[in-house]
Design a binder for this molecule. Structure first.
Ligand SMILES: Cc1ncc(COP(=O)(O)O)c(C=O)c1O
Length: 375
């Protein structure tokens, strides 16, 4: 059986989850009759300190339902990070499906968006426009939401601190816009930062939380927020075809994901750190030659969680193929980058074994830039 480092989405339900699925009390959730879904929604809302929750089939739908709920008026705009999942990997659904304009603002390597850049990007009638005593320019869409992502996937699965979220929340309130958090891996962030999930997302109006990534459930996300927001998100879910019937069979493992799995994330983060440290140490010659570098080493700031991005000076795909032959599944993030994702099915011994193989494989690859200094 290969060791699968491609993503934490590959995690399979635990034996306890499978039992819970078999035994789940169910009903028709579109009629509001599924007790297990209702319980998951209630308990997720409590964990994140919000009024209500909504079970949705995926993280993509969680984000889209949330944005549709916040942006019911035509001509609405959201602000997204240039490296965000919403911007890169959701087919632009907020535009193609929901008619929402998205404005991208560059992310810092640690996943944050600088506050002055956010301040400049927001276009509303409130605060700065009133200061200058003129209404919003007719040319502009109306900004309704600032979207953040925590942990930030493309920025090395970095955890954004609560203080940063608070600062964005204050800015948003001052300007009359909402904050939506793509919290696909927000439990990783809370665990890494050592704060409660409730505290971490205190400043966010809505959060979409994936149960099916590091938390190990087979499917599903929960959106949490105010009750009136959840009512709108529920309507959006129906329009998107995401309302399910006896979905208690999925909510049951979701409850275990919510309550029991977060503690396991600690080990995933340790294993990611071990992988990064060992690659730097065992692969030192490749680091020195410039064949290999890690974000952790280069970008400095930011708190890493369960991913390690390895930047190569040679094409990633041949290295990935060789790793595959050795029994390690990995995926290219781009032509020169391999992403390693840690999760509860990967043990410390697997990491140690992978590093040995990876360094041996890299021995066969010449760094194309290495000879140039000699000239
Ligand atoms: C940050 C982030 N948001 C949203 C999603 C979408 O989740 P799903 O694959 O369940 O649609 C992902 C998926 O990997 C993600 O990494």
């Amino acid at each position: 059986m290969p060791i699968d480092f491609r993503s934490d989405t590959v995690t399979r339900p635990t034996a306890e989850m499978r039992r819970a699925m078999a035994e789940a009390a169910v009903g028709d959730d579109v009629w509001g009759d599924d007790p297990t879904v209702l319980r998951l929604q209630r308990e997720a809302a409590a964990v994140f300190g919000k009024e209500a929750g909504l079970f949705v089939p995926s993280g993509t739908m969680g984000n889209l339902c949330s944005l549709m709920a916040h942006c019911h008026a035509r001509g609405s705009e959201i602000i997204v990070g240039s490296e965000s999942h919403i911007c890169h990997y959701e087919q632009g659904g907020c535009s193609s499906i929901a008619g929402i304009h998205s404005r991208q603002v560059p992310n810092e390597p640690d996943g944050t968006i600088p506050l002055p850049a956010l301040e400049r990007a927001v276009r509303t009638n409130r605060a700065s426009c009133e200061e200058h005593s003129h209404p919003l320019d007719d040319h502009f869409p109306v900004t309704r939401v600032i979207c953040l992502e925590n942990t930030h996937n493309r920025c090395g699965a970095r955890a954004l601190p609560a203080e940063y979220l608070d600062a964005v929340g204050s800015l948003a309130r001052e300007r009359g816009v909402k904050v939506h958090l793509d919290g696909a891996r927000v439990m990783n962030a809370a665990v890494a930062l050592g704060v409660s999930p409730k505290r971490l997302v205190q400043a966010c109006d809505s959060v979409s939380v994936c149960l099916s990534k590091g938390l190990g459930a087979p499917a599903g996300s929960v959106v949490v927020g105010e009750a009136s927001f959840i009512t709108k998100a529920r309507r959006a879910r129906k329009a998107l075809g995401g309302s399910m019937r006896q979905s208690g069979v999925l909510a049951a493992p979701g409850l275990l994901a919510l309550h029991k799995m977060p503690e396991k994330l600690v080990q995933d983060h340790k294993n990611a750190q071990l992988l990064a440290d060992m690659l730097l140490k065992v692969g030192e010659k490749h680091v020195k030659s410039g064949l290999l570098r890690l974000d952790q080493e280069v970008d400095g700031g930011g708190l890493s969680t369960n991913m390690v991005y390895v930047r190569l000076s040679v094409a990633a795909n041949p290295v990935i193929s060789e790793l595959g032959r050795e029994g390690f599944l990995t995926a290219a993030e781009d032509d020169f980058t391999i992403r390693f994702v840690l999760h509860h099915e990967i043990k410390e011994g697997d990491v140690r074994c992978l590093v040995g193989k990876m360094v041996n494989i890299l021995d066969k690859f010449e760094n194309p830039a290495a000879g140039k200094n000699k000239e």
